[in-house]
Design a protein around this ligand. Structure first.
Ligand code: 13P
Ligand code: SF4
Length: 308
């Protein structure tokens, strides 16, 4: 009797499908994926796919972005309810009013938002290119940055630019506890703290390195240190352990009093191996984006890819 992973690999061939997975997906899903990456890498990869079907093992806004970049492909997502607190914090109607109230501003949105919000945007960014892209905007141009206020504050600090911030946050990165992090560091003073810029300023101040998930993986590979406290979603540890099997990786503690000592994204974890199998088998749930939104949302995503 074949196991679920073997059946998924077989189905993938049969259906001419590829699986793209984010680093926050559970380990078993990452193991059956053709490509595992951060938001930017996944967008770049989605654009190149020649297979008929893209199974996106990630959250809804990522699958939507893949559909916008490669609209002739069937894009499927194991669980349509796999959302994101940042995307949910920014309803398109409210965001439209906000941009209309500031018509002289350039609108920059973090990729973690809906296709409708992207359609109201001038340039999309991810955590890997936000600083570079904001630096490329002429100094006299005022900027709206949405929906992540924490990433926004970090970009403001790095670029010296004032920006009008939307009040959104990632529930996972906001849950890291400074007190617990300091206590953990005291027990491991030889460790480097690495953090994702969706984290709050007080957490980022402790970090030796701040970057996207791909940036963090690259840092642990290239930095000579042997021990790291990892301040992002715990799914990243799977890839990190594969890349640096001899180094010590400690997940940063969250405020939540849960059984897991680390932070997990409940949205990302809605996808399971069984749902990946069912999704491939039935080619459903499928992602649909209305044509008008698709055309408008493509422009700021393409601008981002050009500037990356
Ligand atoms: P990156 O993959 O760009 O690092 O973003 C992390 C994240 O929270 C995705 O939802
Ligand atoms: Fe959204 Fe945060 Fe989950 Fe990423 S980790 S999908 S930003 S809620």
């Amino acid at each position: 009797m074949k196991n679920l992973k073997e059946r998924i690999l077989e189905l993938k061939k049969e259906k001419n499908a590829v699986i793209l997975a984010h680093y926050y997906q559970e380990s078993d899903i990452q193991d059956v994926a053709d490509y595992v990456g951060d938001s930017l890498g996944l967008s770049q990869e989605a654009m190149k796919v020649e297979a008929d079907i893209i199974l996106f093992a990630g959250v809804h806004f990522m699958a939507e972005t893949a559909k916008i970049l490669n609209p002739t492909k069937k894009v499927i997502l194991p669980d349509l309810k796999a959302g994101c607190s940042l995307a949910e914090s920014c309803p398109p109607e409210d965001f439209k009013k906000f941009t209309e109230a500031h018509p002289d501003h350039i609108v920059i949105t973090y990729v973690n938002c809906s296709a409708e919000v992207k359609a109201l945007t001038d340039i999309v960014v991810t955590s890997s290119n936000a600083v570079k892209i904001v630096n490329s905007i002429p100094k006299d141009k005022p900027i709206i940055f949405a929906p992540d206020k924490n990433l926004g504050k970090y970009v403001m600090e790095q670029t010296g630019r004032e920006m009008l911030l939307w009040d959104g946050a990632c529930v996972v990165h906001e849950a890291f506890s400074l007190d617990k992090l300091i206590a953990l560091y005291k027990q491991n003073p030889d460790a480097q703290i690495i953090a994702h810029p969706e984290s709050e300023t007080h957490i980022l101040k402790t970090a030796n390195y701040i970057g996207s998930t791909a940036g963090m993986i690259n840092y642990v590979k290239t930095n000579p240190s042997n021990k790291f406290i990892v301040t992002t979603e715990a799914g990243i540890l799977h890839k990190m352990k594969q890349e640096v099997p001899d180094k010590i990786l400690i997940p940063a503690p969250s405020n939540e009093d849960n059984t897991c000592a680390c932070s997990e994204c409940g949205y990302m974890k809605m996808n399971t191996l069984q749902k990946v199998y069912n999704c491939l088998l039935h080619e459903s749930p499928e992602i649909f984006v209305p044509d008008t939104i698709m055309k408008k949302a493509l422009i700021p995503i393409e601008r981002m890819l050009e500037l990356s």
